[in-house]
Write a protein that binds this ligand. Structure first.
Ligand SMILES: [Zn+2]
Length: 113
């Protein structure tokens, strides 16, 4: 099985191999990525817990992420994407910390849209 994941924020290939993907940091832009579940809300819930933001509503954050254009996602430094593997795929949340805006604050902004 080949598993491939590309960062939605900078287009760098984060994973391209036969091993399954572990949460980590994008080598291109430094965004943290978490998730890896079969459904987008489950991946967001997993990522929020990993980011210490599990008080946020996973469904609301998921909806906000899907409502963002690629430009809005890039501006916020938060995006959701799926990986590519044989027959199915898993979802990953990418979040980049910029300046004084940390991942939790960025996700909180999304939640309040
Ligand atoms: Zn990146």
């Amino acid at each position: 099985m080949t598993v491939r994941l590309r960062c939605p924020l900078c287009e760098v290939v984060v994973a391209d191999g036969t091993a399954d993907i572990s949460p980590g940091t994008c080598p291109g832009c430094g965004a943290r990525y978490e998730g890896g579940q079969a459904s987008a809300p489950d991946s967001v819930r997993t990522a929020l817990a990993a980011f210490g933001a599990d008080t946020l509503d996973a469904m609301a954050v998921t909806s906000a992420l899907f409502a963002c254009t690629p430009a809005e996602s890039a501006a916020r430094g938060v995006a959701i994407t799926s990986d590519q593997r044989d027959g199915f795929y898993c979802w990953w949340l990418f979040a980049r910390e910029e300046g004084d805006c940390d991942v939790v604050a960025t996700l909180g902004l999304l939640d309040s849209r």
